[in-house]
Ligand binder design. Sequence first.
Ligand code: ADP
Ligand code: ZN
Length: 737
Amino acid sequence: MPNIAKVIVDLSLDREFDYLIPDDLVGVITVGSRVEVPFGHSWKTGFVMALADSSSFPDLKSIRNTVGEGAYLAEDVIQLARWISDYYLCPFELTIRTMLPAPVRRRDARFRKQKLVDITETGKKVAADGAIKAPKQKTVLDWLVKNGPSPQREVIAECSVTTAVIKALEEKKWVEAGEGKRIRNPFKDHQVVPTLPLHLMPQQKDALDACCKAIDKKEPEVILLNGVTGSGKTEVYLQAIAYTVAQGKGAIVLVPEIALTPQTVDRFRARFGDVVAVLHSDLSDGERHDEWHRIRKGDARIVVGARSALFAPLPNPGLIVVDEEHEHSYKQDESPRYNARDMAVMRGHIIPCAVILGSATPSLESVLNVRKGKYRQVVMPHRIDHRKMPAMRIVDLKLDAEASGRPNVLSADLVEAIRIRLDKKEQVMLFLNRRGFSSSLLCPKCGEAPKCNQCSVTLTYHKATQKLMCHFCASEFPVPTRCPNPQCRDPNFKHAGIGTQRIEEVVNKIFPHARIVRMDSDTMTQRESYRTVLGDFRTGKIDILIGTQMIAKGLDFPNVTLVGVVLADMSLQVPDFRSAERTFQLLTQVAGRAGRGDVSGEVIVQTFSPHHWSIQAARRMDFEAFADQELAFREELEYPPYSHMICLTCRGPDAAVVESAIQKVADGMNAANLKGITISGPAPSPLARLKGQYRFQLIFRSRQTAAMTRPLREVLRGMKWPKNVGFAIDVDALDFM
Ligand code: ADP
Ligand code: ZN
């Protein structure tokens, strides 16, 4: 039996320390155990990352004890952590931290042993009589009648009373109090109606067969489930999960954070009941702690959650599902900047187990993997009960402006369509597919946005220098006085200042009697207000909902019959080579919002680029045509998925200092004289200044990530960073802002 443990201590030291396992704990301590160890002059907790028979260090100290039972981290998760640290250039210790929810990691984390309070039979009678003098005691009794046995703390908080009140009730024998362990169940107030497996449509049956074959296989297999919105993907997941569980294995389902609503979770709970655990940032710390341990002990076999649920300590996973696999929110925006979709495939590979990636608009990364034969694709082209997808109409804003003599926020066609829907008491969504900020220049007359002649990326406008810049290759261009489009040459070429607020003003003016609500990150500061607005919209208290892509995701409003995309060019002109892909995805997604009910829906897309392939393909719902054209473009310019890209961003209060620091990294990489790596920049980031910090970026491109990360790690190790300069490395970056 190995008696040396390699322990990682929660101290940001990024290394493992060897400890001796005392005789009585040999065989008890395993990889993933949580242990208490002497460190310096104190005791620290840590996690065992590996066992060994010998150590190269003399005089090892001994582990004092274990904390909690069994392994906190499964071996496959630890292996995944090593892989993530290496691939995403992140300290191992930080990756481990990311994998464990804070309430589990905390030193004092445990199940709450707490005082439970319950009402006695006498107490119930007294409460029913209503003959109590003390109003506070009455409140407590009434509350207990309604809520049943509850932790004393909760009773005190909910009834706004002191412990003295509980004491008094105890003395009268109206309540009893005692110690108890309680699982904090996030669903305790919430019942769902159970559902049975549906009889599958042929396309679903084929998809399920493919999934079950993958689950049966010994080798890991990845299935790309490419099914239009409403094609019944979720039912396929449910039955594939049932198949997995029947084999005594567990399943993890990842959904984008924004789609992790009670409705989504309920579909799983309605089918599987209490074996479903949810890992969600909305849970209280206590709930998260308890759910996590419920999974670890095998009491919950199905885990539904956002990104980090991928690391759930599920014993014996047989299936990992990633719904809406193209979603950018699967990428973590702090170190480790992992993509949960890619890491799901990796974990599936390590375990090994089956992985299902589902989407109506798969990422081009996944599409290329299908074309290379790495993933198996199953297509579900039809909506359930063959309801038609809504018709998409493209409105050319240039023609509209010509007809009315001036540029309009809402074209005559869109205004007319809204009027018709409002008259019929149907609902409308207006949608501005803006992403973050937009600092591209856009001609208000023809919609032209100047592009870099080398990189085909939209140029960004830098206010400070009054220049247009390509943030990929750092070329600078003067701001043209007229629109660069030779057919247009409009002198009003200037900042495209359209936002949701402006749309709201315009809509209010045209439809003064409509009930209009704007929903974007400015108005929706709290999750709660987001839910309230969606609730009001669902119950028909709002006629027109205006928003950013926030309103496009996975929502189902049967009475929405018209969706208007106010300016498709907004996402098309984002300075990013993925702008066409994003546009296609957004348009397809919003189209899925219209006509979910019995009335057929309509989508109107306003744009200056009516002929762009992403818009045309979205109109025809032709995913393959879009993928063909977009992949050809990516291949020619060697953009992902034909290469990997790393974005290094440096920031600091002094632009010159930041620039010279990042230049040193560039010099270091250039000096290494590497083959097969393209280095672009350094250049100011499109978001050149943020919170008083100047930001510069350096972009590396290569077919192999390791070909870049290996030398980069060396260069960074030798760097002496000036004070106040911070940096971030984003491997397989999705966001170049
Ligand atoms: P997707 O996830 O592909 O958007 P859903 O799984 O949400 O599609 O299915 C859309 C709707 O069709 C849901 O209301 C679902 O209950 C229903 N549905 C799915 N499969 C079937 C089936 N085989 N028979 C009847 N209704 C189904
Ligand atoms: Zn360029």
